[in-house]
Design a protein around this ligand. Structure first.
Ligand code: PLP
Length: 378
């Protein structure tokens, strides 16, 4: 029952609430003096915890032929892959998350790859821009954080390998939301993070194919086979493992969120007709993600209105540092100007209900009617 005190959270692509099972496991581990470099039995215990977490991550991603190093964030994992290899060139699609898009080592040529209007990588543009030399990395996310559109990772991986490059996959938004099979995708480097799947903040991981080598980004001790200096956040690592285990069990339930997303989108269209645009509508998409834009509207006003009504949503990359900029992603998709600034992203979890969606629709409808009276939708 929604009342004045209800807080509705529709921003799960941004971060998720930590699961009680994760918290419990982390609390237990936090009580112990664990350092994985120690020779004594607490050290061995630490390494057992780490190995168990790695197994759980590996199971979720079918990643038996990958090594795993833990990082603080997915951003750090991506930086490790991009900076650790002295690539002559890196291919970055325009629709990548900023953690990839801005990861530009000096003395490395960065080649941007165009996107389609449906928020997918433009494969023809990618083919055209594949370098003739072999020292390159191509990056492509598995699912876009704003629109949820799933990318042709396997195809890009194959094309990259046929041309002797390496392939990096940002799988942050995909894990726990769709079945991810790394053996099939055959990425060389993969970035993931715990806080998007009900795990703790501040723990990420870089997976890399066994046999690959790279220079560490963080220099120091010989932890993690000298690939990342510094003592490990073992409670966080344990939490990440438990979160992966829960995510795997939840995958079927997660897919069912599609019904709620469809219900939301059908009703948004009923309310606003041609004044609304749903991005990547007919593309393979994450079950929980709906990004739409209201014509000639600005997302700050909408965000504030939702917030005043206790609904947490996000504006995607259109909103940065409190100012309204055109969304880099929507620009890359060549969205018409009248839909560039009114974008709102709703990203659901398995805890959200139809009642919450109905309440969201009611608030949206009131906003739309008020805006319409002001003569915006000519
Ligand atoms: N990649 C994608 C697609 C994301 O959505 C995010 C977080 O929003 C990241 C990378 C960065 O993850 P982290 O916050 O762990 O650096």
């Amino acid at each position: 029952m929604i009342n004045q005190n209800s807080k509705i959270y529709f921003d799960n692509n941004s971060s998720t609430a930590i699961a009680p099972e994760v918290l419990e496991a982390m609390n237990e581990v936090s009580k112990l003096p664990l350092n994985s470099s120690a020779i004594h039995h607490f050290g061995r215990m630490a390494n057992n915890f780490i190995n168990t977490a790695k197994q759980k991550i590996s199971q979720l991603l079918n990643a038996g032929s990958y090594e795993i190093i833990f990082t603080a964030t997915a951003t750090e994992a991506t930086n490790t892959a991009f900076f650790g290899n002295n690539f002559a060139e890196i291919l970055i699609p325009q629709i990548e998350h900023l953690s990839v898009y801005n990861c530009r080592p000096k003395n490395c040529q960065i080649t941007e790859i165009l996107a389609t209007e449906n928020c997918q990588i433009d494969i023809d543009d990618f083919r055209k821009k594949i370098p003739s030399h072999k020292n390159f990395l191509a990056s492509l996310m598995l699912a876009n954080n704003e629109t949820g559109v799933i990318q042709p990772a396997e195809e890009i991986s194959q094309l990259t390998h046929q041309n002797f490059g390496l392939y990096h996959c940002d799988a942050v938004q995909a894990i726990g939301k769709i079945a991810v099979d790394l053996e099939k995708i055959n990425a060389d480097f993969v970035s993931i993070t715990a806080h998007k799947i009900n795990g703790p903040q501040g723990v990420g991981a870089l997976l890399y194919r066994k046999g690959l080598d790279f220079n560490p980004l963080i220099l120091g001790g010989k932890q993690q086979k000298s690939k990342r200096g510094g003592s490990l956040n073992i409670a966080g690592v344990v939490g990440f493992g438990v979160a992966c285990e829960l995510a795997q069990k939840r995958l079927d339930n997660f897919a069912k969120i599609k019904n709620l997303t469809k219900y939301l989108e059908d009703n948004l269209k009923k309310i606003a007709g041609n004044d609304i645009m749903i991005f990547g509508e007919n593309q393979p998409r994450l079950a929980n993600t709906c990004m739409f834009s209201l014509k000639n509207s600005d997302n700050q006003t909408q965000l504030i209105n939702f917030d005043l009504n206790n609904i947490a949503v996000s504006a995607g990359s259109a909103c940065s540092s409190g100012s309204i900029n055109n969304s880099r992603i929507l620009l890359a998709m060549k969205v018409p100007p009248e839909f560039l600034q009114g974008s709102i992203r709703v990203s659901l979890s398995t805890h959200n209900t139809q009642e919450e969606i109905d309440y969201f629709l009611q608030i949206f409808s009131q906003f739309y009617q008020r805006t319409k009276i002001n003569g915006v939708f000519k």
